[in-house]
Design a protein around this ligand. Structure first.
Ligand code: LMR
Length: 336
């Protein structure tokens, strides 16, 4: 039989972590779930994670302990995905823009600019066939998708006004690691730059990039408004999350534990999705009150102008996401 210390020697620490994550959980073992994320605790995702911890520990009578690590404390964007696959953490909720490195770029569907009119549109996708088929694609990557969590619609920020599409010409804009977002900013004549979320504030403060896009809650909790003179409430795109777990770990849980965790996740998801719009409205108001940023609210005429410039990105990126998936989405949303 292969001895544990020889396995360590032969395969190195990384493989041992992976092995550890698939070891069976015995009847009364304490189970720890490390839930790592990159945003502040005081955001829709941060609050959702804390709610899951509370309910999971309650429903399992303390048998499961959930350790939540916010603010990229443990891992930054890319590293957290690797850590999940190795079993160094068990649960994450990356934004849907960050699934390319996992080999499922189809999630970038959610990044298509000017796709969703409102949250009702979005729910048709997350709760419909498209949402289900995307989650199923994770299975053979050693990952299980548990739920979609909402954040909200994005605003644009920069140190010069960003009202008309022409205003973006030559601006260096931070993006998440999504090819759709890259194409979106190229369509605006800007220069997109992929960067981890934890590095955004400093990059804006030091002028490494000129601007960015994010939800009001992320913008405000990262103090981005303190280093951006202008914002446009453009709602041109969406940020949401898939809550994912290491599949061997999840499948190896005793059935009663998993049932209780499923219940905790279902309730935490309702909670997270209920508070998201309100959290973003509060953050936007706090930005207005802070007065560090001149905030423009996009008009209908301006939206029509942005639409002209950004909608061709759908066609341009259809090979990455899949023309069929886009068509299925259009059909679900009633887009001709
Ligand atoms: C970002 O990187 O801008 C966001 O995806 C962060 C997050 O998780 O909301």
């Amino acid at each position: 039989m292969l001895e544990f210390r020889n396995v360590v020697k032969a395969t190195g620490a990384a493989a041992v972590i992976a092995l550890w994550s698939v070891m069976p959980v015995f009847a009364q073992d304490q189970i720890t779930i490390k839930f790592s994320h990159v945003v502040a605790p005081d955001t829709p995702k941060g609050k959702g994670a804390d709610k899951f911890k509370e309910l999971a520990e309650q429903y399992t009578d303390g048998r499961v302990k959930v350790e939540v690590y916010p603010n990229s404390q443990l891992y930054k964007d890319k590293e957290e995905l690797e850590a999940l696959q190795m079993g160094a953490v068990q649960m994450l909720a990356p934004s849907l823009a960050k699934f390319g490195p996992l080999g499922v770029p189809e999630f970038e569907l959610f990044d298509l600019p000017m796709l969703f009119k409102d949250r009702a549109d979005l729910v048709k996708i997350t709760e419909g066939e498209v949402g289900k088929s995307l989650m199923a694609k994770l299975d053979d990557k050693g990952i299980k998708g548990l739920a979609y969590w909402d954040n909200g619609f994005k605003i644009m920020t920069a140190n010069s006004p960003v009202v008309s599409p022409d205003d973006f010409l030559g601006l260096k804009m931070r993006i998440q690691s999504s090819k759709i977002l890259e194409a979106q900013f190229q369509a605006l004549g800007a220069v997109p730059q992929v960067m981890a979320f934890s590095e955004v504030y400093q990059a804006l403060q030091t002028g490494v990039v000129d601007g960015t896009e994010n939800t009001p809650s992320n913008t405000y909790t990262q103090r981005v408004n303190e280093v951006q003179k202008y914002a446009n409430v453009s709602n041109h795109g969406y940020i949401g999350y898939a809550v994912i777990v290491n599949k061997p770990f999840w499948d190896g849980l005793p059935e009663d534990v998993r049932t209780n965790l499923d219940k905790a996740m279902a309730e935490a998801s309702v909670y997270a999705n209920e508070i998201a719009a309100e959290e973003n409205a509060k953050a936007l108001q706090a930005m207005r009150d802070a007065g560090t940023t001149e905030i423009h609210d996009m008009t209908d005429d301006e939206r029509a102008e942005w639409f002209e410039v950004l909608r061709p990105v759908h066609e341009e990126m259809s090979s990455r996401i899949g023309a069929d998936l886009i068509q299925q989405t259009y059909t679900a949303l009633g887009i001709e």
